[in-house]
Design a protein around this ligand. Structure first.
Ligand code: TRP
Length: 383
């Protein structure tokens, strides 16, 4: 592995895991990760405060999919005092978009709606070209164009959402990237990202580009402006170095709300676009979705008789997770878990539920994705 993240290898030997922005391996212990990365757990008190402002607790918070943060409480305090914040999230366009990608984006849309927040959405085509050796820039650009349709189909407000494509918008990013780059030493970058002597120097120079949208809102608004980043926990190294330079260049540290990684349908690892069978893509037709879900890994027993006798384990079941995070309401999900554990629910039934819910969700999503084709220029940061 080129980018071994020595600082955050955690757990005992039998239970080793590794989290870097470019790979997640092993079975992740999230409590451990909070400690290693130095973030805060999202507490019941914080949820209460949020609920007092939004009127409810979103299922992705209730079920602990978003589980960690930095300065989310501070963002809410500021908001209550009348200071609005921007949202910032992004995507590395190395392949097609799958269901797992949509969850943090749907949550971001929810935050945009609740707080009427502007959103910057960055596509790091440069990063995905530099990382790995297997894709040409033309291939990455084709994925970028396709991914933009998925982003628009989420339903973000066109007047409040701007998409940044790094290679296309570089002239708007570069001056700020220089301010940031000048203040990060190689020894810091190496420690935070685990760069080695064989890492290509493009990768080493890339992190400031992902940091820039943390500060662009302050340029746009012409005053220091709070920014909240909803993203999976593997992106945290970027925010750590960004937070270190923020005050030196006169801006607020960006705040984060971190999600867990989504399981693939095949094992308990992360769903991956590079292993097509383990992921349901937004462009899959009904038959393909049904096929993929029907062979998914579950937390069930090998036979029906054993399942009835011993019950299944929803904690390790990707089918359960997808239903919980995307389709069941909290009450349904709790009932599903109980029935599963007590042997009163068979995996076939859960797969059927996931399959039919995904098909109807995707039917609708694909219509919006078609319409998105006429909306692209409206969403672009600047032409
Ligand atoms: N590096 C991210 C990836 O590979 C893409 C990204 C850029 C991003 N900016 C972001 C993700 C902000 C979350 C938040 O997926």
């Amino acid at each position: 592995m080129t980018h071994e993240f020595r600082n955050v290898s955690a757990g005992n030997e039998a239970n080793e895991f590794d989290v870097t922005p470019w790979s997640v391996t092993g079975s992740v212990n999230y409590d451990n990760l909070i400690e290693k990365f130095g973030t805060q757990r999202i507490t019941a008190d914080l949820l209460k405060k949020l609920a007092s402002m939004t009127g409810e607790i979103h299922p992705l918070l209730e079920f602990d999919f978003f589980f960690s943060h930095r300065d989310f409480d501070w963002i809410l305090d500021r908001y209550q005092k009348g200071e609005n914040f921007y949202l910032y999230t992004g995507r590395g366009p190395s392949g097609k978009v799958h269901l797992g990608h949509l969850m943090p984006w749907m949550f971001t849309k929810y935050l945009q709606d609740k707080f009427d927040a502007p959103l910057l959405f960055q596509l790091t085509d440069d990063e995905k070209f530099l990382h790995g050796h297997n894709k040409t820039m033309a291939e990455i650009s084709a994925f970028t164009d396709e991914n933009i349709l998925d982003i628009i189909a989420i339903g973000f407000k066109p007047e409040k959402t701007k998409i940044i494509v790094d290679t296309k918008h570089i002239k708007h990013l570069y001056p700020m990237a220089l301010e940031i780059a000048k203040r990060i030493t190689f020894s810091t970058a190496r420690a935070v990202f685990g760069f080695t002597n064989s890492t290509n120097i493009g990768m080493i120079g890339f992190p400031p580009i992902q940091a820039v949208p943390c500060f662009l809102p302050s340029l746009i608004e012409n005053k220091p402006t709070p920014v909240l980043i909803p993203a999976a926990m593997d992106q945290d190294p970027y925010w750590r170095i960004t937070r270190d330079v923020a005050e030196k260049i006169g801006y607020y540290k960006p705040a984060q709300i971190h999600s867990k990684f989504l399981p693939s349908l095949e094992t308990s690892g992360k769903m991956s676009s590079s292993k097509p069978k383990t992921a349901v893509f937004t462009t899959d037709d009904s038959e393909t979705v049904e096929d993929k879900v029907s062979v998914a890994f579950t937390g069930g027993q090998p036979t029906v008789a054993l399942q009835r006798k011993l019950g299944g384990n929803p904690d390790i079941c990707p089918v359960f997770s997808y239903l919980q995070y995307m389709f069941d309401n909290p009450k349904e999900s709790k009932e599903r878990a109980l029935k599963c554990r007590s042997g009163n629910l068979l995996c076939g039934e859960c797969k059927q539920d996931l399959s039919s819910n995904s098909v109807s969700f995707l039917t609708d999503f694909q219509k919006r994705r078609e319409k998105a084709k006429d909306m692209v220029s409206q969403f672009m940061y600047k032409e």
